[in-house]
Ligand binder design. Structure first.
Ligand code: UDX
Length: 434
């Protein structure tokens, strides 16, 4: 299959590289000439484990190329994926679809022969109808079938998620697209990944429903953690106790400082807005959004309380800034709210993150960025684990104690046990453990 991938951001690049690896001929397109030139030289603009070698290998095999020329990529393509950004629109929280529709117009003008146009970007229900309308309006002669095919990739594990998905959802209204999409995902199909064909609107909603459910699951266990702290119970054991029930499942029950990232915060808000527009409000999701926002700031209050109720003039060291490990993504990271709230309370912040500091520098002020966890701990009165990077799992507590002004560890990801930290003379506070 000849595939054009419009948008070479996170989703486009990962999907393009994986589809090329399946043996398809993939051309990734982007308006950003600098990005395309860098990709042509083998420089990957994002941090995603395994992506650089996957791209290099498929460029070498001749299956993957990059261009700014959308028409040249779309003309010969059997399938055109739209994988452009859908950020939150400023002001009202709805998804901003201007990039999607702009891509649809350009695709319309460039298609040649029957082409399946696939929306991979996360888009509100009904966007496929509008993409189809825009294409027909721009070029009434265009012979297209517009399909919805949401992605369920996790940052940091995107390649294995793409190659070993739990399911692939394809929403279509034109049956001619069915054999084409089956061919696109043939290697996965052979691996027995369920390929669910459904209506286009159902597919669009499925993506939001999945993300909203997961966000709700995390928020549930986070609130349960707060209750555990009050009643003297252990949230990790509660999570295990409920997670072993197959109807609940053990994943996404890890209590922490609240969810962040490019998907959950934006998609939950957009879904709640859609539901409101259709007069079918989703109260559980509205509450999830509110509880999660509140939680990020509550984490700063927890740290302040651990410091004796006052951090003015004190130094607090943060380990991990990205919204989760194995990414350099700082979008909606809990660390940002925590830093702001601690600074508002008068604290000085030192911080270390293995991949996120470049992005964090542009999003924070007056933070001292350090070269490692021990440098960050220098003179600190509290050390806070915000993101559970592997290298924070075996810290040298004696060395930390030597560097810090007071030995206090606030573990917002529950990666340590109280007894092992206390035996080094540290005060220790974690999430939802009595
Ligand atoms: C998510 C979805 O998992 C993916 O299917 C979708 O396509 C995009 O959004 P991602 O944003 O990469 O992927 O991150 P994910 O690993 O799902 O984590 C999201 C947030 O939830 C992180 O901030 C993480 O720390 C938090 N989280 C996750 C918890 O606090 N507890 C958990 O148990 C799981």
């Amino acid at each position: 299959m000849r595939i054009a991938m419009i948008g070479s951001g996170y989703v486009g690049l990962v999907s393009g590289a994986c589809l090329a690896d399946f043996g398809h001929q993939v051309v990734c397109v982007d308006k950003d000439a600098g990005k395309i030139a860098a990709l042509g030289r083998g420089t990957i603009p994002i941090f995603e484990p395994g992506l650089d070698s996957l791209v290099a290998e498929n460029v070498r095999r001749g299956n993957l190329s990059f261009t700014t020329d959308l028409a040249a990529a779309v003309g010969p393509a059997d399938v055109v994926f739209i994988a452009v950004g859908t950020p939150s629109r400023r002001g009202d929280g709805h998804a901003d679809l201007s990039y999607v529709y702009a891509a649809a117009r350009e695709i319309a003008a460039a298609v040649d022969g029957f082409t399946v146009v696939v929306t991979k970007s996360t888009v509100p229900v009904g966007t496929g109808d509008e993409v189809e309308r825009v294409i027909r309006e721009t070029n009434p002669a265009a012979d297209v079938a517009v399909v919805s095919n949401p992605e369920f990739l996790r940052e940091g594990a995107a390649i294995s998620d793409f190659k070993r998905p739990d399911r692939i959802v394809v929403g279509l209204e034109d049956e001619r697209a069915r054999p084409v999409m089956t061919e696109v995902y043939r290697p996965l199909y052979l691996n027995q990944a369920p390929l669910l064909f459904t209506g286009r609107r159902t597919s669009e909603l499925t993506k939001y429903a999945a993300n909203a459910f997961l966000a709700m699951k995390i928020t549930f266990i986070n609130e349960m953690a707060d209750l555990c702290e009050k009643v003297g119970a252990d949230v990790q054991e509660v999570a295990r106790g409920i997670g072993l029930d197959n109807r609940i499942g053990s994943k996404f029950l890890h209590a922490g400082p609240g969810y962040g990232g490019s998907c959950f915060p934006k998609d939950t808000i957009a879904l709640a807005k859609t539901a409101e527009d259709y007069s079918a409000p989703l109260r559980l999701i509205e509450t999830t959004v509110a509880v999660n926002d509140h939680r990020k700031r509550a984490m700063a209050r927890k740290i302040i309380a651990a410091c004796g109720g006052e951090v003015r003039g004190k130094t607090v060291a943060l380990l991990g800034l990205t919204f989760k490990p194995n990414t350099d993504d700082m979008r909606e990271a809990p660390s940002l709210s925590i830093i702001q709230a601690l600074q508002d309370a008068g604290a000085r912040i030192r911080a270390y993150d293995p991949e996120g500091m470049d992005a964090a520098k542009g999003l924070t002020e007056n933070v001292t960025f350090c070269g490692g966890p021990y440098e960050a701990a220098e003179g600190a009165e509290a050390l806070v684990i915000v993101t559970e990077w592997e290298l924070f799992r075996a810290l040298d507590f004696e060395r930390l104690k030597g560097a810090m002004k007071a030995p206090l560890l606030v573990d917002l990801r529950n990666i340590y046990r109280r007894d092992e930290v206390r035996q080094h003379g540290f005060d220790y506070l974690s999430i939802g453990r009595g």
